[in-house]
Design a protein around this ligand. Structure first.
Ligand SMILES: NC(=O)C1=CN([C@@H]2O[C@H](COP(=O)(O)OP(=O)(O)OC[C@H]3O[C@@H](n4cnc5c(N)ncnc54)[C@H](O)[C@@H]3O)[C@@H](O)[C@H]2O)C=CC1
Ligand SMILES: O=C(O)C1=NCCCC1
Length: 316
Protein backbone atom coordinates (compact mmCIF):
# COMPACT_ATOMS: atom_id res chain seq x y z
CA UNK A 1 0.00 0.00 0.00
CA UNK A 2 1.31 3.46 -0.94
CA UNK A 3 1.22 6.25 1.65
CA UNK A 4 -0.91 8.40 -0.66
CA UNK A 5 -3.56 5.66 -1.07
CA UNK A 6 -6.99 6.19 0.48
CA UNK A 7 -7.37 4.23 3.70
CA UNK A 8 -8.96 0.80 3.53
CA UNK A 9 -12.41 0.60 5.05
CA UNK A 10 -12.94 -2.82 6.65
CA UNK A 11 -16.51 -3.58 7.63
CA UNK A 12 -17.97 -5.65 10.43
CA UNK A 13 -18.70 -8.82 8.42
CA UNK A 14 -15.19 -8.80 6.95
CA UNK A 15 -13.65 -8.41 10.43
CA UNK A 16 -15.75 -11.35 11.63
CA UNK A 17 -14.18 -13.63 9.03
CA UNK A 18 -10.62 -12.34 9.47
CA UNK A 19 -10.30 -12.40 13.27
CA UNK A 20 -9.99 -15.95 14.59
CA UNK A 21 -9.41 -16.84 18.24
CA UNK A 22 -6.65 -19.31 17.38
CA UNK A 23 -4.57 -16.45 15.90
CA UNK A 24 -5.69 -13.82 18.38
CA UNK A 25 -5.06 -15.58 21.70
CA UNK A 26 -1.27 -16.14 21.32
CA UNK A 27 -0.77 -12.54 20.11
CA UNK A 28 -2.75 -11.16 23.04
CA UNK A 29 -0.62 -13.20 25.42
CA UNK A 30 2.57 -11.76 23.93
CA UNK A 31 1.16 -8.21 23.97
CA UNK A 32 0.01 -8.39 27.59
CA UNK A 33 3.34 -9.88 28.65
CA UNK A 34 5.18 -7.03 26.93
CA UNK A 35 2.81 -4.45 28.43
CA UNK A 36 3.60 -5.70 31.94
CA UNK A 37 7.33 -5.13 31.36
CA UNK A 38 6.66 -1.36 30.97
CA UNK A 39 9.46 -0.97 28.44
CA UNK A 40 8.52 2.16 26.48
CA UNK A 41 11.08 1.28 23.77
CA UNK A 42 8.83 -1.68 22.92
CA UNK A 43 5.28 -0.66 23.65
CA UNK A 44 3.39 2.48 24.60
CA UNK A 45 -0.20 2.47 25.80
CA UNK A 46 -1.47 5.20 28.12
CA UNK A 47 -4.61 4.77 30.22
CA UNK A 48 -7.49 5.69 27.91
CA UNK A 49 -8.82 9.22 27.88
CA UNK A 50 -12.54 9.19 28.68
CA UNK A 51 -14.81 12.06 27.71
CA UNK A 52 -18.26 12.09 29.34
CA UNK A 53 -21.25 12.56 27.02
CA UNK A 54 -23.44 13.76 29.88
CA UNK A 55 -26.44 14.59 27.72
CA UNK A 56 -26.62 10.95 26.57
CA UNK A 57 -25.46 9.08 29.68
CA UNK A 58 -22.39 7.94 27.81
CA UNK A 59 -18.63 8.19 27.39
CA UNK A 60 -16.12 8.34 24.55
CA UNK A 61 -12.94 6.38 25.23
CA UNK A 62 -9.79 7.15 23.20
CA UNK A 63 -7.43 4.18 23.24
CA UNK A 64 -4.13 4.73 21.39
CA UNK A 65 -1.30 2.19 21.32
CA UNK A 66 2.06 1.78 19.59
CA UNK A 67 3.76 -1.62 19.52
CA UNK A 68 7.23 -1.86 18.04
CA UNK A 69 7.34 -5.68 17.72
CA UNK A 70 4.11 -5.71 15.69
CA UNK A 71 4.99 -2.38 14.00
CA UNK A 72 1.45 -1.19 14.65
CA UNK A 73 0.20 2.28 15.54
CA UNK A 74 -3.50 2.61 16.09
CA UNK A 75 -6.24 4.07 18.18
CA UNK A 76 -9.66 2.74 19.00
CA UNK A 77 -12.45 5.17 19.67
CA UNK A 78 -15.26 3.59 21.62
CA UNK A 79 -18.51 5.12 22.81
CA UNK A 80 -20.20 3.34 25.68
CA UNK A 81 -23.43 4.09 27.50
CA UNK A 82 -25.29 3.53 30.71
CA UNK A 83 -28.44 1.91 29.32
CA UNK A 84 -31.68 0.91 30.98
CA UNK A 85 -31.90 -2.82 31.62
CA UNK A 86 -34.52 -3.38 28.88
CA UNK A 87 -32.93 -1.14 26.23
CA UNK A 88 -32.13 -2.85 22.93
CA UNK A 89 -29.59 -0.15 21.94
CA UNK A 90 -25.94 -1.31 21.89
CA UNK A 91 -23.90 -0.56 25.00
CA UNK A 92 -20.74 0.07 22.98
CA UNK A 93 -19.82 1.12 19.44
CA UNK A 94 -16.23 1.28 18.29
CA UNK A 95 -13.97 2.21 15.36
CA UNK A 96 -10.25 1.47 15.02
CA UNK A 97 -7.92 3.72 13.02
CA UNK A 98 -4.63 2.14 11.87
CA UNK A 99 -1.71 4.43 10.90
CA UNK A 100 1.60 3.80 9.21
CA UNK A 101 4.01 4.34 12.14
CA UNK A 102 6.81 5.51 9.80
CA UNK A 103 4.94 8.23 7.90
CA UNK A 104 1.77 8.82 9.87
CA UNK A 105 -0.71 8.27 7.05
CA UNK A 106 -4.01 6.57 7.82
CA UNK A 107 -3.96 3.00 6.46
CA UNK A 108 -7.30 1.64 7.58
CA UNK A 109 -10.59 2.39 9.24
CA UNK A 110 -11.79 -0.84 10.81
CA UNK A 111 -15.17 -1.52 12.38
CA UNK A 112 -14.31 -1.96 16.06
CA UNK A 113 -17.33 -3.88 17.31
CA UNK A 114 -16.15 -7.38 16.44
CA UNK A 115 -12.63 -6.49 17.61
CA UNK A 116 -14.04 -5.32 20.96
CA UNK A 117 -16.23 -8.40 21.34
CA UNK A 118 -13.55 -10.95 20.37
CA UNK A 119 -10.46 -9.50 22.01
CA UNK A 120 -12.31 -8.96 25.31
CA UNK A 121 -13.61 -12.54 25.29
CA UNK A 122 -10.20 -13.89 24.27
CA UNK A 123 -8.54 -12.09 27.19
CA UNK A 124 -11.14 -13.53 29.60
CA UNK A 125 -10.36 -16.98 28.17
CA UNK A 126 -6.66 -16.36 28.84
CA UNK A 127 -7.53 -15.44 32.43
CA UNK A 128 -9.52 -18.66 32.77
CA UNK A 129 -6.75 -20.74 31.23
CA UNK A 130 -4.39 -19.41 33.92
CA UNK A 131 -6.71 -19.18 36.92
CA UNK A 132 -9.72 -21.51 36.76
CA UNK A 133 -9.79 -24.70 38.85
CA UNK A 134 -8.14 -27.75 37.28
CA UNK A 135 -11.40 -29.69 36.81
CA UNK A 136 -13.75 -26.96 35.63
CA UNK A 137 -17.12 -28.33 34.59
CA UNK A 138 -19.68 -25.55 34.98
CA UNK A 139 -19.59 -22.15 33.28
CA UNK A 140 -22.05 -19.41 34.30
CA UNK A 141 -22.54 -16.30 32.15
CA UNK A 142 -24.27 -13.29 33.71
CA UNK A 143 -25.59 -11.00 30.96
CA UNK A 144 -26.84 -12.07 27.55
CA UNK A 145 -25.68 -9.39 25.09
CA UNK A 146 -22.80 -9.04 22.61
CA UNK A 147 -20.04 -9.94 25.05
CA UNK A 148 -22.02 -12.94 26.30
CA UNK A 149 -22.05 -14.31 22.74
CA UNK A 150 -18.31 -13.84 22.14
CA UNK A 151 -17.48 -15.20 25.60
CA UNK A 152 -19.67 -18.25 24.98
CA UNK A 153 -17.94 -18.85 21.64
CA UNK A 154 -14.36 -18.66 22.88
CA UNK A 155 -15.00 -20.45 26.19
CA UNK A 156 -16.72 -23.40 24.52
CA UNK A 157 -14.11 -23.47 21.73
CA UNK A 158 -11.20 -23.44 24.21
CA UNK A 159 -12.50 -25.54 27.14
CA UNK A 160 -14.92 -28.47 27.65
CA UNK A 161 -17.64 -27.54 30.12
CA UNK A 162 -20.26 -30.12 31.09
CA UNK A 163 -22.83 -27.39 31.66
CA UNK A 164 -23.24 -23.77 30.59
CA UNK A 165 -25.76 -21.50 32.36
CA UNK A 166 -26.94 -18.00 31.54
CA UNK A 167 -28.80 -15.31 33.49
CA UNK A 168 -30.15 -11.93 32.41
CA UNK A 169 -32.47 -9.56 34.32
CA UNK A 170 -35.09 -10.36 31.65
CA UNK A 171 -35.60 -14.08 31.20
CA UNK A 172 -36.59 -13.65 27.54
CA UNK A 173 -33.19 -12.05 26.78
CA UNK A 174 -31.40 -15.03 28.33
CA UNK A 175 -33.70 -17.46 26.49
CA UNK A 176 -33.03 -15.70 23.17
CA UNK A 177 -29.28 -15.95 23.83
CA UNK A 178 -29.59 -19.68 24.68
CA UNK A 179 -31.46 -20.46 21.49
CA UNK A 180 -29.06 -18.42 19.32
CA UNK A 181 -25.87 -20.30 20.21
CA UNK A 182 -24.77 -23.77 19.08
CA UNK A 183 -24.94 -26.00 22.14
CA UNK A 184 -27.04 -26.50 25.25
CA UNK A 185 -27.40 -23.58 27.68
CA UNK A 186 -29.55 -23.62 30.84
CA UNK A 187 -31.52 -20.40 31.37
CA UNK A 188 -31.56 -19.40 35.05
CA UNK A 189 -34.09 -17.27 36.91
CA UNK A 190 -31.66 -15.77 39.40
CA UNK A 191 -27.97 -14.97 39.66
CA UNK A 192 -27.74 -17.29 42.64
CA UNK A 193 -29.19 -20.21 40.65
CA UNK A 194 -26.77 -19.50 37.78
CA UNK A 195 -23.58 -19.32 39.83
CA UNK A 196 -24.12 -21.88 42.62
CA UNK A 197 -21.39 -24.51 42.21
CA UNK A 198 -20.03 -22.88 39.03
CA UNK A 199 -16.29 -23.21 38.44
CA UNK A 200 -16.06 -20.25 36.09
CA UNK A 201 -18.31 -17.17 36.16
CA UNK A 202 -18.25 -14.54 33.43
CA UNK A 203 -19.93 -11.20 34.23
CA UNK A 204 -20.80 -9.31 31.05
CA UNK A 205 -23.63 -7.08 32.23
CA UNK A 206 -24.59 -3.43 32.07
CA UNK A 207 -25.05 -3.40 35.85
CA UNK A 208 -23.96 -0.34 37.81
CA UNK A 209 -24.70 -1.99 41.19
CA UNK A 210 -23.36 -5.40 42.35
CA UNK A 211 -25.19 -8.37 40.84
CA UNK A 212 -22.73 -11.12 41.86
CA UNK A 213 -22.38 -11.65 45.61
CA UNK A 214 -19.41 -13.42 47.18
CA UNK A 215 -21.65 -15.60 49.35
CA UNK A 216 -22.91 -17.41 46.22
CA UNK A 217 -19.48 -18.08 44.72
CA UNK A 218 -17.92 -21.52 45.22
CA UNK A 219 -14.52 -21.27 46.94
CA UNK A 220 -11.80 -21.68 44.30
CA UNK A 221 -14.00 -20.47 41.42
CA UNK A 222 -12.67 -18.06 38.80
CA UNK A 223 -14.62 -14.90 37.92
CA UNK A 224 -13.89 -12.98 34.71
CA UNK A 225 -15.50 -9.59 35.40
CA UNK A 226 -15.94 -7.59 32.21
CA UNK A 227 -18.67 -4.99 32.82
CA UNK A 228 -18.70 -2.03 35.29
CA UNK A 229 -15.95 -0.04 33.59
CA UNK A 230 -16.50 3.25 35.42
CA UNK A 231 -15.12 4.21 38.85
CA UNK A 232 -18.64 4.35 40.33
CA UNK A 233 -20.10 1.25 38.62
CA UNK A 234 -20.17 -2.20 40.20
CA UNK A 235 -20.86 -5.80 39.17
CA UNK A 236 -19.30 -7.62 42.15
CA UNK A 237 -19.87 -7.02 45.87
CA UNK A 238 -17.27 -6.10 48.50
CA UNK A 239 -17.22 -9.63 49.99
CA UNK A 240 -16.16 -11.16 46.69
CA UNK A 241 -13.64 -8.42 45.88
CA UNK A 242 -12.00 -8.65 49.30
CA UNK A 243 -11.95 -12.46 49.54
CA UNK A 244 -10.67 -13.15 46.04
CA UNK A 245 -7.16 -12.84 44.66
CA UNK A 246 -7.60 -10.00 42.18
CA UNK A 247 -5.89 -9.96 38.77
CA UNK A 248 -6.25 -7.14 36.23
CA UNK A 249 -5.25 -6.35 32.65
CA UNK A 250 -3.56 -3.06 33.57
CA UNK A 251 -2.97 -1.78 37.11
CA UNK A 252 -3.22 1.85 35.98
CA UNK A 253 -6.48 1.18 34.11
CA UNK A 254 -7.99 -0.78 36.99
CA UNK A 255 -7.14 1.74 39.68
CA UNK A 256 -8.47 4.62 37.55
CA UNK A 257 -11.66 3.01 36.18
CA UNK A 258 -12.88 -0.03 38.11
CA UNK A 259 -15.61 0.71 40.66
CA UNK A 260 -15.28 -2.88 41.90
CA UNK A 261 -11.64 -2.26 42.82
CA UNK A 262 -11.79 1.39 43.89
CA UNK A 263 -14.97 1.21 46.00
CA UNK A 264 -14.22 -2.16 47.65
CA UNK A 265 -10.64 -1.18 48.47
CA UNK A 266 -9.50 -4.57 47.14
CA UNK A 267 -5.81 -5.04 46.55
CA UNK A 268 -4.65 -5.81 43.01
CA UNK A 269 -2.45 -8.90 43.19
CA UNK A 270 -1.12 -9.00 39.63
CA UNK A 271 -1.60 -8.17 35.99
CA UNK A 272 -2.26 -11.13 33.68
CA UNK A 273 0.91 -10.09 31.85
CA UNK A 274 2.95 -10.59 35.03
CA UNK A 275 1.57 -14.13 35.32
CA UNK A 276 2.27 -14.79 31.64
CA UNK A 277 5.84 -13.53 32.17
CA UNK A 278 6.28 -15.89 35.15
CA UNK A 279 6.74 -13.00 37.57
CA UNK A 280 3.57 -13.60 39.62
CA UNK A 281 1.85 -16.89 40.52
CA UNK A 282 -1.53 -18.07 39.21
CA UNK A 283 -3.53 -18.95 42.35
CA UNK A 284 -5.71 -21.58 40.72
CA UNK A 285 -6.82 -23.16 44.00
CA UNK A 286 -8.04 -19.86 45.47
CA UNK A 287 -11.09 -17.83 44.46
CA UNK A 288 -9.85 -15.48 41.76
CA UNK A 289 -11.27 -12.42 40.04
CA UNK A 290 -9.89 -11.14 36.76
CA UNK A 291 -11.09 -7.53 36.43
CA UNK A 292 -11.05 -6.59 32.74
CA UNK A 293 -11.21 -2.97 31.65
CA UNK A 294 -9.91 -3.33 28.08
CA UNK A 295 -6.60 -2.12 26.66
CA UNK A 296 -5.47 -0.33 23.51
CA UNK A 297 -2.77 -2.96 22.93
CA UNK A 298 -5.46 -5.64 22.71
CA UNK A 299 -7.17 -3.64 19.98
CA UNK A 300 -3.82 -3.00 18.28
CA UNK A 301 -2.90 -6.68 17.89
CA UNK A 302 -6.42 -7.44 16.70
CA UNK A 303 -6.40 -4.60 14.15
CA UNK A 304 -2.99 -5.67 12.88
CA UNK A 305 -4.22 -9.25 12.36
CA UNK A 306 -7.30 -8.03 10.52
CA UNK A 307 -5.39 -5.55 8.35
CA UNK A 308 -2.56 -7.95 7.40
CA UNK A 309 -5.02 -10.63 6.35
CA UNK A 310 -7.21 -8.14 4.51
CA UNK A 311 -4.11 -7.01 2.52
CA UNK A 312 -3.10 -10.61 1.77
CA UNK A 313 -6.58 -11.44 0.46
CA UNK A 314 -6.55 -8.32 -1.72
CA UNK A 315 -3.31 -9.48 -3.38
CA UNK A 316 -4.74 -12.90 -4.32
N1 LIG B 1 -13.71 -4.96 29.80
C1 LIG B 1 -13.79 -4.67 28.52
O1 LIG B 1 -12.79 -4.68 27.81
C2 LIG B 1 -15.11 -4.37 27.91
C3 LIG B 1 -16.22 -4.22 28.69
N2 LIG B 1 -17.45 -4.00 28.13
C4 LIG B 1 -18.58 -3.92 29.04
O2 LIG B 1 -19.18 -5.21 29.07
C5 LIG B 1 -20.57 -5.12 29.38
C6 LIG B 1 -21.36 -5.92 28.37
O3 LIG B 1 -21.19 -5.38 27.07
P1 LIG B 1 -22.15 -5.85 25.86
O4 LIG B 1 -22.36 -7.31 25.92
O5 LIG B 1 -21.61 -5.23 24.65
O6 LIG B 1 -23.51 -5.14 26.27
P2 LIG B 1 -24.97 -5.49 25.79
O7 LIG B 1 -25.77 -4.26 25.97
O8 LIG B 1 -24.94 -6.15 24.46
O9 LIG B 1 -25.47 -6.61 26.84
C7 LIG B 1 -25.53 -6.34 28.20
C8 LIG B 1 -26.38 -7.40 28.89
O10 LIG B 1 -26.37 -7.09 30.31
C9 LIG B 1 -27.61 -7.51 30.88
N3 LIG B 1 -28.11 -6.35 31.66
C10 LIG B 1 -28.68 -5.22 31.21
N4 LIG B 1 -28.94 -4.39 32.24
C11 LIG B 1 -28.54 -5.02 33.35
C12 LIG B 1 -28.56 -4.69 34.74
N5 LIG B 1 -29.01 -3.52 35.17
N6 LIG B 1 -28.07 -5.59 35.61
C13 LIG B 1 -27.57 -6.77 35.18
N7 LIG B 1 -27.55 -7.14 33.88
C14 LIG B 1 -28.01 -6.26 32.99
C15 LIG B 1 -28.52 -7.97 29.75
O11 LIG B 1 -28.46 -9.37 29.70
C16 LIG B 1 -27.86 -7.40 28.52
O12 LIG B 1 -28.12 -8.19 27.40
C17 LIG B 1 -20.88 -3.63 29.38
O13 LIG B 1 -20.84 -3.17 30.71
C18 LIG B 1 -19.71 -3.01 28.60
O14 LIG B 1 -19.46 -1.68 28.94
C19 LIG B 1 -17.62 -3.94 26.78
C20 LIG B 1 -16.53 -4.04 25.96
C21 LIG B 1 -15.19 -4.23 26.45
O1 LIG C 1 -11.99 -1.64 26.14
C1 LIG C 1 -13.08 -1.38 25.63
O2 LIG C 1 -13.26 -1.46 24.41
C2 LIG C 1 -14.19 -0.95 26.49
N1 LIG C 1 -13.97 -0.94 27.74
C3 LIG C 1 -14.92 -0.53 28.71
C4 LIG C 1 -16.23 -0.18 28.24
C5 LIG C 1 -16.50 -0.15 26.82
C6 LIG C 1 -15.45 -0.60 25.89
Amino acid sequence: MDMTDSPAVIKQDEVEGLLLYKDLIPRLEVAMGKFSKRNSDELIQPVRTVIPLQKYNGFLGLMPAYMVHEDVLCTKMVCFYKRESGSTLPSTQATVLVFDPEYGNLKAVINGDVITAKRTAAVSAISAKLLMPGQSEVLAILGAGHQAVSHYQVFTETFSFREVRVWSPRRETAAKFASSVDGAVSVCDSVEEAVRGADVIVTVTRATEPVLLGKWVKPGAHVAAVGACRPDWRELDDDLMREAVVYVDSREGATAESGDIILSGAEVFAELGEVLNGNKPAHRKKTTVFKSLGMGVQDAVSAKLVFDQWEQQRKL
